[in-house]
Each structure stands twice: as structure tokens, then as C-alpha cells.
Unconditional design. Structure first.
Length: 221
């Protein structure tokens, strides 16, 4: 029998097969774990308050002072749920703003965002967990994976921020809020069958959801 470094070739073969299987098993387990994690987050909203998304955008007042906006929207209905206007936005401001929207509406299942420090802050994540809202962070450097908010911010910048000359923070707040309401109630969208976001949300609530409830009740019976 041939000998390799003093070990019988048969034993070498058995050891090689044994460790090869262990390595291959480990290689196949890890990707499955990552895939499971990746697919646990929603790729697309399926109903109102399923997935919200939010992000921060900068602009300047007429005197050159910097201010920030925090926009929140429902990915399913395309409703602009709120736009916070402030000179600075900290974690506690994010929490207070989201709390106000959720008290009027409901809590989403998921909240999609990039990895901005105001949005990933521990206090924000702790508050979301208490609200049973799961964060859905997009990978760093891949803004296209948060396409709804990116598209909205482009429109917000082109149609409002770059067209207006804000004399003060209060002026910015009033003008931006008027633009948000107009967007929700006066702007039909082809993706919403040419309904406005508000009309689409009302249609879903008044017709689709009751029908789904009847179907679900029939299945239970």
C-alpha cells in the first residue's frame, strides 16, 4: 500500500472525504441562512400600512440657513403621510414625528430606510420595537432599493424646494405642507389606476378590505 508522509493512502482518502463533506456542508448552510434573512424583509408593500418608508432631505432658507425635512410615505397607497420641517432633526424628533402620524393612522408592519444616523439611532430602534414595527434597512450605497422614497424626494425637490423661496422656517413649513396635501388629494397616479393617493387609499379601505374580510370569514367557516 502506498504511504503518504507515513500515513496509509486509504486513511488519507477517508480523512479527506470526511473534512471535505464538513467544509461543503458549512458552505451550503451559510448562504441559506443569509437568503432566509434577505427574504424575510418585504420586497413590495401588499396593503396600506404594510410598509412605510422615510428619509431626510436638506435645503436652505432665503438667508442661506440650512434646514432639514423628514418625509414619511406609505409604499402601497403612495400617500405622503407627513413631512417634518426643522433646522435640525435628532432621534427624539424622529420618534415624536412618527408617534404623531401613527396616532392618527396606524403603525406599519415594516419601516424601510437607509442607514442614516438619525434613523438607525438606538433610541429610535427601541421605540419601534415597542411599537412592533420592524425596521427594513437597505444595503449601504444602494439607494435604488428604496425607490419609492427616492422617487418622491426627486419630485419634492423639483416641484417644491427648487421652485420656492422660503423666507423663514415657518414659511417653509406652510408651503411644504400645502404641497404635500396637494400631492395626496389632487395628483392622479398611473400606478394607482389614475386615482390620487387619497382616493386609492379610500377605495381600498371601503371596498377591497371588506371583500377580503368576507373571503377570509368564508374560509374559516
Amino acid at each position: 500500500m502506498a504511504v503518504v508522509s507515513g500515513i496509509g493512502s486509504g486513511r488519507v482518502w477517508r480523512l479527506w472525504r470526511q473534512y471535505r463533506f464538513k467544509i461543503e456542508a458549512q458552505r451550503t448552510r451559510n448562504p441559506r441562512k443569509k437568503d432566509k434573512l434577505a427574504t424575510s424583509l418585504p420586497q413590495q408593500a401588499e396593503y396600506p400600512n404594510h410598509v412605510w418608508t422615510y428619509d431626510i432631505l436638506f435645503d436652505r432658507l432665503a438667508k442661506g440657513c440650512l434646514f432639514k425635512t423628514l418625509s414619511v410615505l406609505d409604499e402601497f397607497t403612495r400617500e405622503r403621510l407627513g413631512i417634518l420641517v426643522a433646522t435640525t432633526i435628532h432621534a427624539e424628533d424622529v420618534i415624536a414625528f412618527l408617534e404623531g402620524i401613527m396616532q392618527k393612522r396606524s403603525s406599519p408592519v415594516f419601516l424601510r430606510s437607509d442607514n442614516g444616523s438619525e434613523l438607525t439611532a438606538e433610541s429610535v430602534q427601541t421605540w419601534l420595537a415597542k411599537r412592533s414595527v420592524e425596521p427594513a434597512f437597505i444595503p449601504p450605497g444602494q439607494p435604488w432599493k428604496n425607490g419609492f422614497i427616492e422617487s418622491f424626494l426627486d419630485k419634492f425637490r423639483d416641484e417644491c424646494l427648487q421652485r420656492e423661496w422660503f423666507s423663514s422656517l415657518l414659511d417653509a413649513h406652510v408651503v411644504i405642507e400645502d404641497w404635500r396635501l396637494h400631492y395626496n388629494t389632487r395628483r392622479p397616479h398611473s400606478s394607482l389606476k389614475y386615482k390620487t393617493p387619497a382616493e386609492f387609499a379610500a377605495h381600498f379601505t371601503n371596498q377591497v378590505q371588506p371583500a377580503q374580510s368576507l373571503i377570509s370569514a368564508g374560509h374559516k367557516n
